[in-house]
Design a protein. Structure first.
Length: 277
């Protein structure tokens, strides 16, 4: 005998099961749409970040930029957006190398500071005259130097050209105010051309501007190939210079234009005897 109550219960159950399946399918489709949309948003964000990277750095990829500017920025450049982005990416790369973690958000502030302090070269531009030029196997962590800067007293400096002969033609391409320079003959005859900090910065500012240009990686003028800095040797020729005066000359004057290497144990006379002969 036909049981209408059983039929109705089965019909209700059937409708409920169908609706449940449809509901599950709808939820799955919704989740699929959400995941796909999120992935599209992430890809779009990455494209925007890459475009921003290219716009800010002038390179198409982080590795390309790292090859061109392994140690950017330095004291000669204001800490603008470009600098912050480069430093951030430099720290992230160092963090990845040391920890194996890829998420920049995992980098604690203390680690960022530690990496920034510990990594030799961080905060420096690559050298305009990399060690080993004109050979193809160049060392961008070391520099061939252009000048010898003598600290003669409080706010007193003397500058003597000190480059290798191989750079003679490169040197002539640079916008250098040679009127402020001294020679080794001037040094030996005690007739150095003494300049102040303000004169030093004003005279070498055009060279700094050329160093920042980065016109063309294949340019015949090495200084115009990349955002770089020339390096100079520092000699303290007056032992009465106080630490405060030394810091003023080194950090607030010379390092406004150049990176530096200090000869700690040698006077300039010792240097000439040891190295120039």
């Amino acid at each position: 005998m036909f049981n209408i109550h059983s039929f109705r219960r089965g019909q209700i159950f059937s409708f409920t099961l169908t609706e449940l399946i449809l509901l599950i399918l709808f939820i799955l489709l919704l989740l699929l749409w959400f995941v796909t949309d999120r992935k599209d948003q992430e890809l779009a964000k990455k494209d925007q970040e890459l475009a921003k990277w290219s716009e800010v750095t002038g390179a198409n990829a982080p590795q390309e930029f790292k090859d061109l500017y392994p140690n950017f920025p330095d004291k000669t450049t204001e800490p603008d957006l470009r600098d912050q982005l480069i430093v951030a990416n430099k720290i992230i790369e160092e963090f990845k190398d040391k920890t194996g973690k890829d998420d920049p958000s995992e980098i604690p502030k203390s680690v960022k500071e530690m990496i920034a302090d510990a990594e030799e070269g961080l905060g420096r531009n690559p050298p305009c005259w990399p060690k080993g030029w004109p050979a193809k196997d160049l060392n961008y962590e070391k520099s061939d130097r252009i000048f010898n800067v003598l600290f003669m007293g409080a706010d007193k400096l003397a500058v003597i050209a000190g480059y290798k002969n191989v750079y003679k033609d490169q040197y002539e391409l640079l916008p250098i105010d040679k009127s402020i320079l001294s020679t080794n003959d001037n040094f030996e005859s005690n007739a150095l051309n003494i300049v102040s900090s303000s004169q030093f910065i004003k005279s070498f500012l055009p060279l700094l501007e050329d160093s920042k240009n980065a016109l063309d990686i294949e340019h015949s003028n090495l200084t115009l190939q990349r955002d770089c800095r020339h390096e100079v040797r520092i000699f303290i020729e007056n032992e009465d210079i106080s630490r405060k005066e030394y810091i003023g000359l080194k950090e607030e004057t010379v390092e406004n234009i150049f990176t530096t290497f200090r000869f700690r144990d040698d006077s300039y006379s010792d240097y000439l005897m040891k190295y120039k002969q």
